[in-house]
Design a binder for this molecule. Structure first.
Ligand SMILES: *[C@@H]1O[C@H](CO)[C@@H](O)[C@H](O)[C@H]1NC(C)=O
Ligand SMILES: *[C@@H]1O[C@H](CO)[C@@H](O)[C@H](O)[C@H]1NC(C)=O
Length: 341
């Protein structure tokens, strides 16, 4: 892959003043993944994220929930956290047993079985919050907890009716879930937002570079714009011709770097003769309203980079006689002093 010379221009343009993703919300999401290979072999793993940062991990092999961040306990006291952890330990054991019982009861169910549970909440300004709890069975959404009880998903198989009747008949479980969703989750999240504030609001400026991809078809070129090392995740990247957005720009997925920052690639396929004047524009909250512009300098057109280079060259050439004169003059001065001494 050939890296073409590129130029970074900072455009102090307040037109783009609304930085991308400025007022970011941080939903808290817990994911439970349970795999039942057969009637005696199963595992359950858990993960939790606040926004796009992972905060907790709970391996099947561990009795305790691990903190991924130093602030993962939020503002909970040690006792509060211990109580919550005990609740989840009991839940994990009974969940495994309940699924095994269910498979015995419902003749059409066979191992292997995959159950995924996604639950969490998002807090808003004031005291407002919103919570959710969804369950997937063999990859299909089968039920959710809504308000005060479990509800069947529209696409769920008929035998789910039985499960929902059993679950909703358990008053204690329903009350515990409401407490977790309505109170515990928002309280934990408020603490996490406070304790993790420096990391959550960390602004990392992207670096960017251009390269040429494999030719998509004869007579065409693929231009790649790589943007990397930015945080938070929301970013705007677009191939432009002058001020014209190139709507055929294709964005890849935003991928994680190892250091907690993000990477994104934007691709444009163009006819070989049409590359002049193309530039990749990047907008990100860390740029504080400025736009990062990378010119595709491979065309016939003189880019600002070339203009800068030529100007610097001309200035250097012009300065040569002057420097030569100074040098000559110094020599003459030296001789003059030597003559005196
Ligand atoms: C927010 O809600 C909690 C209970 O969930 C309550 O104790 C607290 O007083 C409320 N705060 C405000 C400002 O309404
Ligand atoms: C929990 O919130 C739901 C609405 O989301 C409400 O219907 C329910 O009564 C609340 N339960 C408790 C125990 O606060």
């Amino acid at each position: 892959m050939r890296y073409l010379p590129c130029l970074l221009l900072w455009v102090f343009s307040r037109v783009w003043g609304q930085s991308e993703g400025q007022q970011e919300n941080f939903p808290f999401r817990c994911l439970q993944i349970s795999s039942f290979a057969n009637s005696s072999c199963s595992r359950t793993d858990g993960l939790a994220w606040l926004g796009d940062l992972q905060t907790h991990r709970w391996s099947n092999d561990s009795d305790t929930i691990s903190f991924v961040k130093p602030w993962s306990q939020g503002k909970f006291s040690h006792q509060q956290w211990e109580k919550l952890q005990r609740l989840f330990q009991v839940y994990r054991t009974s969940f495994t047993r309940d699924i095994q019982e269910l498979v015995k009861m419902v003749s059409i169910l066979h191992y292997p079985i995959e159950v995924q549970l996604s639950a969490g909440c998002e807090v808003y300004s004031g005291n407002a919050s919103e919570s959710f709890l969804h369950v997937a069975f063999q990859g299909e959404h089968v039920l959710s907890f809504q308000g005060t009880s479990f509800q069947k998903a529209p696409e769920a198989p008929p035998w789910m009716e039985l499960v929902i009747r059993v679950l909703n008949g358990d008053q204690g479980t329903r009350e515990t879930i409401q407490q977790l969703l309505n109170d515990t989750c928002p309280q934990l999240v408020r603490g996490l937002l406070e304790a993790g504030k420096p990391e959550l609001e960390k602004q990392e400026t992207p670096g960017a570079w251009l390269s040429k991809g494999l030719s998509p078809r004869p007579g065409h070129e693929q231009l790649l714009c790589h943007v990397s090392g930015f945080h938070p995740k929301p970013v705007w990247v677009m191939w432009m011709k002058g001020k014209q957005e190139q709507k055929s720009t294709r964005r890849g997925d935003i991928l994680p770097n190892a250091d907690g920052t993000w990477y994104l690639r934007a691709t444009l396929d163009v006819e070989a003769g049409e590359v002049a004047g193309l530039a990749c524009w990047v907008k990100h909250s860390s740029l504080k309203g400025q736009v990062m512009i990378l010119d595709w300098a491979g065309g016939r057109q003189l880019s600002a980079g070339a203009i800068f280079g030529i100007t610097a060259g001309v200035l250097f050439l012009l300065s040569c006689p002057v420097l030569y004169c100074v040098w000559k003059h110094r020599r003459r001065l030296c001789h003059f002093y030597q003559d005196i001494l």
